[in-house]
Design a protein around this ligand. Structure first.
Ligand SMILES: [Zn+2]
Length: 121
């Protein structure tokens, strides 16, 4: 499953940055060309975060629209269709993607709570 693999990648990044701190919020930027279904991503995250030992980490998605530069007419355009990468102005397929392939963890909210260690009785 596409979204599951993405969530596992997110969890890996978060773990390496959180350094044992309690994670409250994970912000992820995803370009339209990734064709991620937000509902699926949220669903997969709810499973992955438990395995990753951060069950309270909320996922916040920031969607980035795709944009292309057309080599035929030279125009920069935002792509509104999710399934086609033609220049909206002249319908040429000879385009360079300017953005829309993003997939990155942009920031984390962590709290100062002590990392959970061995319990003292
Ligand atoms: Zn064009």
């Amino acid at each position: 499953m596409h979204e599951l693999a993405l969530c596992e990648a997110i969890a890996d990044v978060v773990k390496s940055h959180a350094d044992g701190q309690h994670v409250d919020v994970v912000r992820v930027r995803i370009g339209a060309l990734r064709q991620v279904v937000p509902e699926s991503l949220s669903f997969c995250w709810s499973m992955v975060r438990d395995f990753a030992d951060m069950p309270e980490a909320e996922l916040e998605l920031e969607s980035v629209t795709a944009a292309v530069q057309c080599r035929s007419c030279g125009h920069d355009s935002e792509i509104t269709s999710q399934w086609s990468l033609l220049c909206p102005r002249c319908d040429s397929a000879d385009v360079a993607v300017l953005r829309g392939n993003e997939f990155l963890v942009t920031s984390l909210d962590v709290s100062d709570r002590e990392p959970q260690q061995t319990q003292k009785e």
